[in-house]
Design a binder for this molecule. Structure first.
Ligand code: OKP
Ligand code: ZN
Length: 347
């Protein structure tokens, strides 16, 4: 397994997210990936590689040009509004819901921040673009490594995460959709059919929306039921895809409190669908916020279960790219995530 770790992830270091009327410290912190890398140091799995820079064209295969332009320039615009803003994060607070225009970009910065986002939990900081772009480079490099047959599997160990980000919006701590970038890069390198299996606690709404009308990329997500869990407005079982993509999206929502035996039944269902799709390559959006100790999630997986998940994924015998997504029990996160990779290598 080739390991691409984002060398610039610490540049994204948000201060606060909005929660119940207060700004609370961000859950999505640099310490998360630091713990994963420390665990990899103790228990070497795979071989480290440096990702080459990602071409803008690779980003545009997934994201809208005007969205990329906005993200790239947002911090400078924010500070130009008021030099004192340099000590603050930019958090959106107004959104164009049903009936508003999305085609006209407002001049006002806060209005554009809202146009390109969907929650107030995702701070944009001085280094957000640099960190997200370097993470996307890891995801695309991982896909290229697997597509070239240099390795059976590769992991993009990165933050901020990606699976909530859509063609032209950020949210859920995500800016660039690393799993979607990897899936599209696999397609562009010759894989006819790709499957994305999202095992993060939260529904992968961004990835679903990006491939919803396509039959070439199957999207499957196992997650907390959106009736009660973030991202709330997408992720139900009746979302099956549209047009040519009909039948090529599978959502497996599970109730809060789900234990591993039941979660694994959903994983087997997901993998059965991947086999039916006759996928040439697999992308795993790997969140470990399904852990029993996670502070913002409500499944009950134990650390040892992640070894089993890795083995179950390896049994697919497919070229596989992992992208790191959620996991907020920071101390345990290293063990849990590396367990998946080690289980996969054993499987
Ligand atoms: C990102 B990833 C609920 C606050 C939810 C957003 C959670 C984003 C999760 N009280 N905040 O999928 O792990
Ligand atoms: Zn999550």
């Amino acid at each position: 397994m080739l390991i691409y770790a984002n060398p610039h992830h610490t540049l994204h270091d948000g201060r606060h997210e909005m929660f119940r009327g207060r700004l609370v410290p961000c859950h999505e912190t640099p310490a998360r990936l630091d713990h994963v890398l420390a665990e990899l140091g103790r228990r070497p799995v795979g071989e480290r590689r440096e990702p080459p820079p990602v071409p803008r064209a690779a980003l545009e295969r997934v994201h809208a040009p005007r969205y990329l332009d906005f993200l790239q320039g947002a911090w400078d615009e924010w500070v130009a509004l008021d030099p004192a803003n340099a000590a603050l994060d930019a958090l959106p607070s107004t959104w164009p819901v049903r009936g508003f225009r999305h085609d006209v970009e407002p001049e006002n910065f806060a209005a554009r921040l809202g146009l390109y986002s969907y929650d107030a939990g995702t701070p944009l900081t001085a280094g957000t673009w640099a960190a997200a772009e370097a993470g996307a480079a890891c995801a695309v490099a991982a896909a290229h490594g697997v597509a070239a047959g240099a390795t059976r599997s590769a992991a993009a160990l990165t933050r901020p995460p990606g699976h909530h980000a859509g063609a032209d919006f950020f949210g859920g701590y995500c800016f660039l959709n690393n799993a979607a970038l990897a899936a599209q890069a696999l397609r562009d390198q010759g894989a006819q059919k790709v499957a994305v299996v999202d095992v993060d606690y939260h529904h992968g709404n961004g990835t679903q929306s990006l491939f919803y009308d396509r039959a070439d990329v199957l999207t499957v997500s196992i997650h907390g039921d959106p009736r009660t869990e973030y991202p709330f407005y997408l992720g139900h079982a009746d979302e099956r895809g549209e047009g040519e993509g009909f039948g090529h999206n599978l959502n497996l929502p599970l109730p809060a409190g789900t234990v591993f035996a039941d979660w694994r039944v959903a994983l087997q269902q997901a993998l059965k669908r991947v086999t039916e799709h006759r996928a040439d390559a697999l992308v795993v959006a790997l969140g470990v916020d399904t852990y029993e100790g996670d502070p913002i999630s409500r499944f009950r997986l134990a650390s040892a279960d992640y070894l089993t998940i890795g083995r179950d994924l390896a049994a697919m015998r497919l070229p596989t790219v992992f992208t790191m997504e959620g996991g907020y029990a920071v101390e345990a996160m290293g063990v849990n995530l590396v367990n998946v990779l080690e289980g996969f290598e054993q499987g």
